[in-house]
Design a binder for this molecule. Structure first.
Ligand code: APR
Length: 232
């Protein structure tokens, strides 16, 4: 058991005060995702989309990593093999918790992308329809976040990691959004053992060899302690 690949979702940041998407009171119960998380929605009403991401950017910047983020950073530090963290989250809490080389497959709130020339830069705290691209100067800035209908980032790298994983863990994700929800099957097909850590069974829980349910701030540190042989 040398290489561990970990997929995280919104549930790992819930106890840091960042809402999940599909739980009761979740983000998609408040905002129609078609309006704020699709290229079509951005074309229709860029002001609304900028307001939505500006608010999330401010909230994420104020949030603190919790015990689950810190535990994964510790696993990365102390595990004798490779630990790769792939996240669907657009917050920076893994890095704030000490993790390295986190693969943000859905982008980050801290990034800006030019819808015109494709240039990327560090997002200012707030953006609007006049925010110029530092490269082409056109006012076509958008959040560097992957919207529905767009291809997630780093997919080749992620599939390479899944193909060479000995252990695949999914943490705080509902298993409703592909391609991430299919990673467990990719890992299983490559011979990896698989574990789900979540508040409740996800939509793909039956695909895992092992499941542990409870709040991430408890089940993740316990799992990491088990992995590092720290619990008798
Ligand atoms: N600890 C552990 N798990 C939790 C906690 C918690 N404190 N709170 C909620 N959860 C679990 C929920 O039970 C649920 O299964 O986290 C999961 C969150 O699911 P979603 O809201 O669907 O979020 P996620 O799976 O990350 O969504 C995937 O969909 O909306 C798009 O691009 C967005 O990256 C996102 C993707």
């Amino acid at each position: 058991m040398r290489k561990i690949v970990i997929l995280t979702g919104a549930g790992i940041s819930a106890e840091s005060g960042l809402g999940t998407f599909r739980d009761a009171g979740g983000i998609w119960t408040k905002y129609p995702l078609e309006d704020v998380a699709t290229p079509e929605g951005f074309a229709r009403d860029p002001v609304l989309v900028h307001e939505f991401y500006n608010a999330r950017r401010v909230q994420a910047a104020a949030a603190q990593p919790n015990a689950a983020h810190h535990a994964l950073a510790r696993l990365q530090r102390d595990w004798p093999g490779e630990v790769v963290i792939v996240t669907q989250n657009v917050d920076g809490l893994h890095e704030a918790g000490g993790a390295r080389g986190v693969i943000h497959m859905h982008g980050t709130l801290a990034g800006a992308l030019c819808a015109g020339c494709g240039h990327r830069w560090v997002a200012p705290e707030t953006m609007d329809t006049t925010t110029p691209c530092p490269a082409c100067t056109r006012p076509s800035a958008r959040p560097d976040v992957v919207w529905f209908g767009e291809m997630p980032y780093f997919m080749d790298t992620i599939f390479d990691h899944l193909a060479s994983a000995d252990l695949f863990a999914a943490i705080g994700t509902s298993g409703q959004v592909y391609p991430a929800a299919g990673f467990v099957q990719e890992a299983t097909a490559s011979g990896a053992r698989t574990i789900e850590l979540n508040l409740e069974p996800s939509a793909v829980a039956s695909n895992f060899d092992e499941t542990r349910f409870g709040p991430a701030s408890r089940v993740v540190p316990d799992w990491v302690s088990d992995m590092l042989g720290l619990r008798g």
